[in-house]
Ligand binder design. Structure first.
Ligand code: NAP
Ligand code: MG
Length: 482
């Protein structure tokens, strides 16, 4: 695949160029460990130029569009994305190691965000407020201005959809810093958007490292809002940097999300989710349902059925389109292996998949694994592993389940499996999470569903209509007319 465009991957004011410093980063294919090209390594100068271009766009063609015109344009970009679905999926499979089917699902999700936010662009409005006689008071929802977006490598296209596209829908001009290990679809998206008519400067992309391009963006005084998706540690750094300029921040961070299975659950329905919510994208998913809490009455049965399902899971190259692709990098794989070492020593392995025999030796493969009888305060039940490793925790009562489920610093997503309707609603109220799924997990990922965390999982909401509130500022206008 021709990846020459990545070397000229700084996209500022509608023009492509290399990094101001001339530096590049290697692009690795995680399926075989080979270097397949080089990526412009943007830095502070490139971020300065991108922020200037975004600011300029607000007072030129982009800023002059009506809400309806913006919406129509986004919908048009959505159709252009779908028309290039095969190429985008192949780029993502190459760059991130995603099995092709999962990469394609990300393209479809991006197109769906463009359709959804395109349709919503002209439906966001303020309100009028009854006030003292002689006054008319109303509110306006206005864009922040220039929004910065720093995103991780695990779901680049989906996160561009829920973050950048939502910000554009309400009239912001965006600067995007993709992850250095996964910038190709971000660049391809910017190209598709420009070709479909997105005015210059509305979207600018500065690939590069977090330490250089990311830090320059997070601390930039010319940014009016920053949206960060990534680890809790870096999130805290971003928030501190933004605080120096009093810039509002949305943080979409990690998780250790529970799936709670009660004795009366429909296990045939639950089992596929207990597995897939943990191993999707090889477990490199912020909202992974990575702690399985099982009531004692069905514990042995669930463990046995998990063992069987995990044994059938295959890891291999993205192009082979198996259950799991490779881990994104050797470094990330080593981090997961650190957890696995502890788990093998201290826990009971109840099920393990396989890396296919013909997987290239340079690829970063791990089999899917599930460990049983894990204590709720064990390291593997507390820390985000970000790999294909599930833990099963037994519990006795509903109170225990709530305590264990809420017993981590995170609070992103939770799932509950029971046939007791009263219990479902009690659990929905008691669980500390931004999304709670009752007798399902993930609700098929709908773009309509507001998403975000509490605690160490972050704050602010993306996805759904709710995101549009976050990407706007409310202005109150009070007129005295007697
Ligand atoms: P990460 O290390 O926090 O990186 C995320 C982004 O921040 C990347 O673009 C990274 O650039 C950049 N970055 C790193 N250091 C920076 C700094 N000092 N200043 C500014 N930017 C900086 O996270 P990751 O390892 O890529 O992703 C895994 C984590 O993300 C997990 O914890 C996962 O749960 C979380 N996540 C959360 C969600 C959610 O919606 N809640 C979604 C996906 C992932 P580089 O690429 O150069 O490192
Ligand atoms: Mg890559």
């Amino acid at each position: 695949m021709d990846l020459d465009f990545a070397r000229e991957g700084v996209f500022v004011g509608g023009r492509w160029r290399g990094a101001a410093s001339g530096e590049t980063l290697p692009i690795e294919n995680p399926s075989n460990g080979e270097t397949v090209g080089s990526l412009a390594a943007g830095g502070a100068d490139d971020v300065d130029a991108a922020v200037d271009a975004a600011r300029g766009a607000l007072s030129s063609e982009w800023g002059a569009l009506s809400a309806a015109e913006r919406g129509r344009l986004l919908a048009q970009i959505g159709r252009a994305v779908l028309a290039q679905a095969d190429r985008l999926a192949e780029l993502e499979a190459l760059d991130v190691g995603k099995p092709l089917k999962q990469a394609r699902a990300d393209v479809v999700a991006l197109a769906r965000y463009l359709e959804f936010y395109g349709g919503a662009a002209d439906k966001l409005h303020g309100e009028s407020i009854p006030y003292l006689p002689g006054y008319t008071v109303f509110t306006l929802r206005e864009p922040h201005g220039v929004t910065g977006h720093i995103i991780p490598w695990n779901y680049p296209m989906q996160i561009i959809g829920r973050s950048v596209v939502a910000a554009l829908a309400v009239g912001n001009a965006a600067v995007l810093k993709p992850a250095e290990q996964a910038s190709l679809t971000a660049l391809a998206f910017a190209r598709i958007a420009a070709e479909a008519g997105l005015p210059a400067g509305a979207l600018n992309v500065v690939p590069g490292t977090g330490a250089a391009a990311g830090a320059a963006l997070a601390g930039h005084p010319g940014i009016d809002h920053i949206s960060f998706t990534g680890s809790s540690g870096v999130g805290a750094t971003i928030q501190a940097a933004a605080a120096r300029n009093a810039v509002p921040v949305t943080l979409e961070l990690g998780g250790k999300s529970p799936q709670v299975v009660f004795d009366d659950a429909d296990l045939d329905k639950a089992l596929p989710f207990l597995v897939s919510a943990g191993i999707q994208n090889a477990g490199q998913t912020c909202s992974a349902g990575s702690r399985i809490l099982v009531q004692r009455g069905v514990y042995d049965q669930v463990a046995a059925r998990l063992a069987e399902r995990f044994a059938a899971l295959r890891s291999g190259p993205a192009r082979a389109d198996l259950d799991l692709g490779p881990i994104i990098s050797a470094r990330q794989k080593a981090m997961i292996e650190g957890f696995v070492e502890v788990a093998r020593r201290e826990l009971t392995l109840i099920g393990e998949g396989q890396v296919v025999a013909d997987a290239p030796s340079g690829g970063h493969y791990l089999p899917a694994m599930v460990f049983g009888d894990v204590a709720p305060d064990h390291r593997l039940a507390q820390e985000e592993i970000f790999g294909p490793v599930q833990v099963v925790i037994p519990f006795d009562t509903e109170e225990d389940a709530v305590r264990i489920a809420n017993g981590t610093p995170y609070g992103l997503v939770a799932g509950v499996w029971t046939r007791d309707a009263d219990r479902l609603f009690r659990m929905a109220r008691k669980l500390r999470a931004g999304q709670v799924f009752l007798n399902n997990y993930g609700a098929a990922g709908g773009v309509e569903l507001p998403f975000g965390g509490v605690g160490r999982s972050g704050h602010g909401r993306e996805k759904g209509f709710e995101a549009l509130y976050g990407f706007t500022v409310l202005k109150t206008v009070a007129a005295h007319h007697g």
